[in-house]
Design a protein around this ligand. Structure first.
Ligand code: SAH
Ligand code: SF4
Ligand code: F3S
Length: 495
């Protein structure tokens, strides 16, 4: 449906006229122009051109990559797994230093490919490109990179590709920030049956360790009508699960012309017929409202899972982190949520070794971990990010100390997750079938609403559907199960 729409629009565009100024029409013009250029090059080479998009970082970046792939597909590139391709795009992350290092390492390999295939184009985009020092370094020492752009202008990808085809220079287009949201551009989903949906962009929270607000700009919410329309289209195209994405979904809608809360948006999304599951990420504890808890309690579609980043269990450290909640407030919030949704799975993010973290502070973190009993937790070693307030703090914790704390935390977290995972053993629960099992092709792999994976025997035709599975045995962090016949009149559905 959507595809035809784009084709119809492209058919009517006359490339002999100047490109329109307004979006998204301008990008449609460049889609058509890029398509022509790709097809000419492909004719010269006597084969189709292929492109490979590599994604680093979070779900936001994964979603952005789907938009890049959508554009590449539209202009005639075939998708390739191999990085020895005609066009390689790295969508980068800079949340921690090691993410950056990996990109530089892999660029060396790409340069070797490029020496053998001079037609090859290399593009870098994403969060790392929003850092001026990175771009300086690329300009100086990585001249073989063809195209560099940032997080605010990925919608211009087709236009940038055309610019690159038309010139022989490295093209750099980075915007510091934007208040623009361009809708209705192509995007190609990784999964047929589930999709991320941006509901907002940017972040205003400035947690003192975090670089995201600097590289993703200020908070902008999408218009609820555009979000609903996008989800309706996705559902019409076979999607049963959406993940609503934002750095802090709980502050959704505050700066809309007609303000709206995240809970209100969820109520609207719930009404979409054919949509079975709703997830969202990330919820900042400081903005999690009673209204949201109510909506989660009453919803039939919101998954039984809440990601609620703690970062630290020490109120003293939380204050310096600028998180705007205390240990006690966080614990109260968890209690309130559990009272409303008793078997909800709660997961978190924790940073170890924030500047000035003492053994006592760390013990507070362990205490919260033991009290909340997270179903799973992502644990990170604090990474100093240039430009953030924490980077200037002079009481950085020595590496050996951090490493030891990290190992202690990980052991605790894993032990608890294992015990938590067992909670639903023996039950029959709905599972969204996602793929054929990687190790054993006679098995399917699916996901419970609490985000745990289940492996069970079944036919691949079930992929993308929701089936009831008997969770026979918990194997630590996943289940082995057996598919159940749906029994007439018996309600097995459970959120
Ligand atoms: N907006 C989300 C987090 C996005 S970044 C939120 O507020 O929860 C994902 C995670 O990376 C964060 O939750 C944090 O735990 C971690 N992180 C961010 N900056 C970091 C840093 N400088 N060092 C280590 N971990 C960091
Ligand atoms: Fe970073 Fe904090 Fe914003 Fe999350 S809420 S992206 S941790 S600044
Ligand atoms: Fe990384 Fe950017 Fe996400 S820095 S974590 S990809 S918002």
């Amino acid at each position: 449906m959507y595809k035809n729409n784009i084709e119809e629009i492209l058919d009517e565009i006359d490339l002999d006229t100047t490109p329109p100024l307004e979006e998204p029409m301008r990008q449609y013009y460049f889609l058509k122009k890029a398509r022509k250029m790709v097809s000419e090059q492909s004719r010269k080479l006597g084969r189709p051109l292929c492109a490979s998009v590599q994604t680093f970082g979070c779900q936001m970046n994964a979603r952005d990559s789907e938009k890049l792939i959508g554009i590449l597909h539209e202009i005639g590139y075939q998708q390739s797994e191999s990085e020895n391709a005609d066009f390689v795009i790295y969508n980068t992350c800079t949340v921690r230093e090691n993410a950056n290092q990996r990109v530089y390492g892999r660029l060396g390999v790409l340069n070797n490919y490029k020496k053998k295939n001079p037609h090859m184009m290399i593009a870098l985009c994403g969060c790392m490109m929003q850092e001026p020092e990175v771009v300086e370094k690329l300009k100086k020492s990585y001249r073989f990179v063809d195209l560099i752009f940032g997080t605010h202008n990925i919608y211009k990808f087709a236009e940038l590709i055309v610019n690159r085809f038309e010139s022989n220079h490295q093209i750099i287009d980075i915007w510091k920030d934007t208040n623009q949201i361009v809708e209705d551009l192509p995007s190609e989903r990784k999964y047929a049956f589930k999709s991320g949906v941006n509901i907002m962009f940017g972040c205003n929270n400035f947690c003192s360790y975090c670089i995201v607000p600097y590289v993703r700009g200020r908070e902008r919410s999408r218009n609820p009508k555009d979000i609903i329309r996008e989800i309706e289209k996705l559902v019409a195209d076979g999607v049963v699960e959406v993940m609503l994405l934002g750095q802090n979904v709980n502050s959704y809608g505050k700066n809309l012309d007609e303000p709206m809360t995240f809970a209100q948006l969820l109520r609207e999304v719930e009404k979409i017929e054919g949509l079975e599951r709703i997830r969202f990420m990330t919820s900042h504890p400081k903005d999690l409202s009673d209204e949201l808890i109510e909506v989660m309690r009453d919803s039939k579609k919101i998954c039984n899972h809440l990601h609620l980043p703690l970062q630290s269990g020490s109120s003293r450290i939380l204050k310096i982190m600028n998180r705007k909640y205390t240990k006690e407030q966080y614990l109260e919030l968890v209690e309130k949520i559990r009272a409303a949704v008793p078997d909800i799975s709660i997961t978190t993010d924790i940073i170890v070794g924030f500047p000035g973290e003492t053994e006592e502070d760390f013990e507070e973190t362990l205490d919260v971990v033991r009290k909340v009993r997270y179903d799973s937790a992502f644990t990170f070693i604090y990474s100093k990010r240039t430009g953030t307030p924490a980077a200037k703090m002079d009481n950085q914790v020595p590496e050996e100390v951090v490493k030891k704390r990290f190992d202690r935390l990980l052991a605790e977290v894993q032990q608890i997750s294992k015990e938590q995972a067992k909670k639903v053993e023996g039950q029959v629960l709905p599972v969204l079938v996602e793929e054929i099992n990687e190790q054993d092709p006679s098995l399917l792999t699916g996901r419970l609403t609490n985000n745990l994976l289940v492996h069970f025997k079944g036919e691949k035709e079930l992929i993308g559907t929701i089936v009831d599975v008997h969770l026979k045995e918990c194997k630590g962090f996943y289940y082995m199960g057996e598919i159940c016949e749906r029994q007439e009149g018996k309600e097995l559905w459970h959120n």
